[in-house]
Design a protein around this ligand. Structure first.
Ligand SMILES: Cc1ncc(COP(=O)(O)O)c(C=O)c1O
Length: 466
């Protein structure tokens, strides 16, 4: 894939055109790009990323978005519908997370821009509450190594030390004893994932809950991925351990409406056992010449369109819709896992349910990745150990996709064994793989340079147009 597939095909703009272009022409161009990009994930061969994949549902949500896309939800006197949408999105998600089990405090939440937004807000709330109530000036959080980098981003942005507890290499679950050993008087929160991005496995949240209560620290459960699929797995009778507010030590949960909530991209929920912790995020500037300013979190203006579309998507699907989708997703994941387990050369990491990862103790798993890429599959590559990650979403539940996965995987295993036998290195290893012997400072610098180049490119014109 080139970085600029549209260069030369459509005009690129290095400045605003003097005269605006006809809308039909613009729509034709944009439609062409969308159709080309949709065609790939519609094959069902891309891991994660597109969760619903149902254009009819997207069109419905886009229509509701269009009615409020111009609305600024900071101005509630003009757009009171935002209060209905936001309040109900939060109430429905709190209910899903058994907020009703909380009686000693008043649960509440915040709609944010995505999983990272929810995690950043949560960590900021813990930091500020700990400063206010416990006088903590040098806060730290304890996260499983497997927890999402958004926690590290929070540490970076908000001056919070991030302590990493190792995961058991066999189960991929956090070592709770090690986590306990990292907690000290400056710890503001412990983290657990339900499930984690890498392996889709659920940390022992009940144990973390007990630990958090004993040590008097917060417990944030990152259910950005699992929040809208695991509860329905539980209803379907799968062995999903409780990870939500039923556990008394859980003080906050992030659950993404824009992942398995099947919403348009751009929203997530952050839920608090006690809305007093949420209110740490409230910002006021009462003495500003522009007037008294207030906002609930980091953002200022937000779009009413996203709130309307998220709300509409949720109430349209209802519990039955989510349960039906979950049943298809768990079923497809089970079928794909069976295919992986049928090969003794492959090893599934931990005990996943809707998102799984596998490695090999026999050959370099990136040989498998190479072969599957050639057959049109797009997975996420992992490291330490090298592994292939597949998040099963609705596009994979389409007829024939799981069977194609099984057939292609069988060929890929044969290919990998041959390449291993021939002593060849995989093509994708350099990009996705780990660095043998661990990540040295030099290698890290080199990787950062490459990553800087990638990000620079993503915000730039094609070279010919610069
Ligand atoms: C477990 C988990 N937490 C947090 C995030 C971050 O979410 P976002 O990319 O929406 O910011 C992800 C993203 O995949 C995730 O899988």
């Amino acid at each position: 894939m080139t970085d600029y597939p549209y260069a030369g095909r459509f005009r690129s703009y290095e400045r605003l055109p003097e005269e605006g272009r006809p809308r039909a022409e613009i729509l034709a161009e944009v439609r062409e790009m969308a159709a080309q990009e949709d065609a790939f994930w519609e094959t069902g061969k891309a891991s994660g990323t597109v969760y619903c994949g149902d254009h009819e549902h997207y069109d419905f949500m886009t229509e509701t978005y269009g009615l409020f896309g111009h609305a600024n939800v900071l101005q509630r006197d003009m757009f009171p519908s935002a209060t209905k949408f936001e309040g109900e999105i939060l109430a429905m998600t709190l209910d899903l997370m058994h907020g009703g089990a909380v009686t000693e405090t008043d649960p509440g939440g915040l709609v944010t821009t995505g999983g990272t937004g929810s995690i950043l807000h949560a960590m900021l709330a813990y930091r500020d509450a700990a400063a206010r109530h416990r006088g903590i000036a040098r806060p730290n959080i304890v996260k499983p190594e497997t927890a999402h980098p958004a926690f590290d981003k929070a540490g970076h942005l908000f001056g919070i030390e991030v302590r990493e507890a190792p995961a058991d290499p066999r189960t991929t679950l956090v070592d709770v004893t090690a986590a306990a050993g990292l907690i000290d008087a400056n710890t503001v929160a412990v983290i657990g994932s339900a499930g984690n991005y890498g392996y889709g496995t659920i940390d022992p949240i009940a144990d973390l809950s007990e630990l958090a209560l004993i040590r008097g620290v917060g417990l944030h459960v990152d259910a950005c991925l699992g929040g809208f699929v695991l509860p329905f797995g539980e209803e379907l009778g799968l062995d999903i351990p409780p990870f939500d507010f039923r556990l008394p030590g859980v003080t906050s949960i992030s659950a993404d409406t824009h992942k398995y909530g099947y919403g348009l991209k751009g929203t997530s929920t952050l839920l608090f056992r006690d809305s007093a912790l949420r209110n740490e995020l409230y910002f006021f500037h009462t003495g500003w010449s522009g007037g008294k300013y207030l906002s609930p979190g980091i953002e200022g203006s937000r779009s009413g369109g996203l709130l309307a579309a998220t709300w509409a998507g949720m109430v349209r699907l209802g519990r039955a819709g989510y349960r039906r989708y979950a049943e298809q997703i768990f079923g497809t994941a089970r079928q794909m896992l069976e295919a992986v387990r049928s090969h003794p050369e492959l090893r599934v990491m931990g005990e996943p349910t809707f998102l799984f990862s596998f490695t090999s103790d026999v050959f370099d798993i990136y040989h498998v990745y190479d072969f599957m890429s050639g057959r049109g599959w797009r997975f996420n590559g992992q490291q330490y150990p090298d592994a292939i990650h597949m998040a099963v979403t609705r596009p994979q539940t389409r007829p024939g996709v799981a069977d194609a996965f099984a057939a292609d995987l069988a060929d890929a295993v044969r290919y990998a064994a041959e390449r291993h036998e021939a002593g060849e290195s995989p093509l994708s290893g350099a990009v996705y793989g780990g660095v043998p012997g661990g990540l040295t400072e030099e290698a890290d610098d080199f990787i950062r340079q490459i990553m800087t180049g990638i990000l620079d490119t993503q915000q730039s014109l094609p070279p010919a147009a610069r």
